[in-house]
Write a protein that binds this ligand. Structure first.
Ligand code: URA
Length: 197
């Protein structure tokens, strides 16, 4: 069994949060185990909960278009969420849920070992860029311990707001060149602590 399949098996057994009781399917994540880029969204919505796959609803269709704009397919990247169960009514994830689910995301990052982590939306950004504002840092990269961290707006937000749509599309277009020159990007001087929920 691959490391990811083993991890998915463990995630499927997790009942740590109340929302696990109401889920239809757990949504661990999907994509290539050797992906260079990992996209991290917020939480499964209704469509994802039905299918057990991340980003398969309208926001996911838009993410597919964004990926295609830089010649990438879902199979070439890895897509995960901060939390793996759908919060009822698509409410925002609670700090305890983010805290409980954090270990799964950390294991995913360890296994995939991506060159670049792209955060989609505020909740995902907050884990890697503590106390930053998305309107200020979207489209900018930071390199820490040889990984490029890159914040983008959430595709669902961008779908409904024209100004964010322009920003997310422009930000996506910068990804290939960031990856291509990954070696030459300077490391942050002060390694930043990850936010602890
Ligand atoms: N929004 C997310 O953040 N993740 C999904 O998987 C779907 C919608």
């Amino acid at each position: 069994m691959s490391a990811l399949s083993e991890l998915y098996r463990e995630i499927a057994l997790c009942q740590q949060c109340e929302i696990a009781k109401y889920r239809n399917k757990v949504v661990p994540g999907e994509g290539a185990e050797d992906a260079d880029i990992m996209f991290i969204g917020e939480a499964p919505g209704w469509y994802e909960d039905q299918q057990g796959r991340p980003f398969v609803g309208p926001a996911g269709k838009y993410l597919d278009e964004l990926l295609a704009s830089v010649g990438l397919s879902r199979e070439q990247v890895y897509i995960a969420n901060v939390i793996k169960c759908r919060p009822q009514g698509n409410r925002d994830p609670l700090p305890t849920e983010i805290h409980n689910c954090r270990k799964w995301l950390e294991r995913q990052i360890e296994i995939i070992c991506p060159k670049m982590i792209v955060t989609l939306g505020r909740y995902s950004m907050a884990m890697f860029f503590p106390s930053k504002s998305i309107s200020k840092i979207h489209g900018t990269a930071q390199k820490r311990d040889n990984v490029i961290y890159y914040a983008m707006y959430h595709p669902a937000a961008a779908l409904h707001q024209q100004s964010l749509r322009r920003a997310i599309e422009d930000d996506m277009l910068k990804i290939p060149s960031l990856l291509a020159r990954a070696e030459t990007i300077k490391e942050e001087q002060q390694p930043q602590q990850l936010t602890m929920f």
